[in-house]
Design a protein around this ligand. Structure first.
Ligand SMILES: Nc1ncnc2c1ncn2[C@@H]1O[C@H](COP(=O)(O)OP(=O)(O)OP(=O)(O)O)[C@@H](O)[C@H]1O
Ligand SMILES: [Mg+2]
Length: 363
């Protein structure tokens, strides 16, 4: 097997006309990581991945594989395997030939090719499809052939551009698990592109959240979800309840916040700021729906009254939208346990949360 690659970039940039597709990307991805670029459509994920593969040239900045600068090395000499967003299978070749191509290029013996192609087809659940042309396969099947074609060469760096986007929900989960198992087993450094935040949280060792060509936050799935740095990260990853409020008091570890909708909320600040922001300033914060509780008796702190505006039954969970003022709602998720009661539409409820369950945000 090939040695897995450590990837570093320094101030990597790419511009298309007026669009700054990637702005000063500084990455450091360790050998064997499963690293994900996560962000909305057009934020530069594919461009960054293509620069790492060598299919798009950088305007400036450096790319290092281990200690070697690879900017001027062509894609086929970089020891990378890439699955493209649009599969890019060769239409005139059947499935077997598509997968075997990379092995032939590398001079692998004919006797070995047959077995390796079969194994890779098995990995993606497509045994027996080797004689078909891409045009005779569904989108999801083509996507799996593209994955097999890349895995079969056992590259030192695996670049995957939304490789599961065309699969139905069940197959997607199955392929994701298979991919993760393989990735861990082979230890291949993997860079994965998705705009599916749940998929990113499940698979990744670390995530880079991108917006308009920039990496706006990098961290483990837990850090990204629980300590989002900005409003856009909080909003893009998971469901959020975003607020802006004024600081009316500060103590050793708590801020007291008030706005038109919420009064005297107590919020722990030490995880978010090196020193407490001054009284009178505005802060933004987020509270996740699963951290809000329906309370049974009068809470002393962080008590919010509201009216149930909608309910959604998801089997394992119940999701509520609770109006807390004319213009503001709180999304609240509860587990569907026998011990939790169901709240009716229009019911007056009391909500609460711990001061340490709130994430304070930066501008
Ligand atoms: N070859 C190109 N010529 C001109 N503009 C381009 C080119 N490739 C990408 N862009 C632009 O650069 C920006 C980033 O595109 P990119 O394909 O990297 O986004 P993405 O994050 O992969 O989006 P998606 O999730 O839709 O695939 C977009 O504004 C896009 O229109
Ligand atoms: Mg893309």
């Amino acid at each position: 097997m090939n040695q897995s690659i450590e990837v570093r970039t320094e101030n990597l940039r790419k511009q298309f006309g007026d669009v700054q597709a990637v702005k000063d990307a500084n990455l450091h991805i360790a050998k064997g990581e499963f690293y994900t670029f996560l962000g909305p459509s057009g934020c530069g994920k594919t461009t960054l991945l293509r620069m790492l593969a060598g299919f798009t040239s950088a305007d400036s900045g450096s790319i290092y594989f281990d200690d070697q600068i690879v900017n001027d090395i062509p894609p086929w000499k970089r020891n990378v395997g890439m699955v493209f967003q649009n599969y890019a299978l060769w239409p005139h070749m059947n499935v077997f030939e598509n997968i075997a191509f990379g092995l032939r290029e590398r001079g692998i013996a004919k006797s070995e090719i047959q077995g390796r192609v079969e194994r890779s087809l098995k990995m993606v659940n497509l045994e027996g499809h080797d004689k078909r042309r891409p045009s005779q396969l569904s989108g999801g099947q083509q996507q799996r052939v593209a994955l097999a074609r890349t895995l079969v060469t056992e590259p030192g760096l695996l670049l995957l551009d939304e490789p599961l986007s065309n699969l139905d929900a069940k197959l997607r989960v199955q392929m994701r698990e298979e991919l993760l198992r393989l990735q861990r087993e082979l230890g291949i450094t993997t860079i994965y592109v998705t705009h599916d935040q749940e998929e990113a949280l499940i698979t990744s060792t670390r995530i880079a959240v991108m917006s308009e060509g920039e990496i706006i936050q990098e961290g483990t799935p837990r850090e990204i979800y629980e300590l989002p740095y900005t409003k856009s990260v909080a909003d893009f990853v998971g469901t959020s309840n975003l607020f802006s409020a004024k600081i009316i008091d500060v103590s050793q570890d708590l801020l007291v916040l008030s706005s038109d909708e919420i009064k005297n909320l107590q919020v722990g600040w030490q995880n978010f700021f090196s020193q407490a922001p001054p009284i009178g300033s505005l802060v933004e914060f987020n509270i996740r729906p699963e951290l809000i509780r329906f309370s049974k008796e009068d809470e002393i702190i962080n008590r919010i009254l509201g009216t149930v505006e909608s309910t959604a039954y998801l089997g394992s969970q119940i999701q509520y939208v609770v109006a807390i003022s004319k213009s503001k709602v709180l999304k609240v998720n509860t587990l569907n346990l026998k011990t939790n009661r169901f709240y009716e539409l229009g019911e007056r409820v009391e909500l609460t949360f711990s001061p340490h369950d709130i994430a304070l945000l930066h501008n």
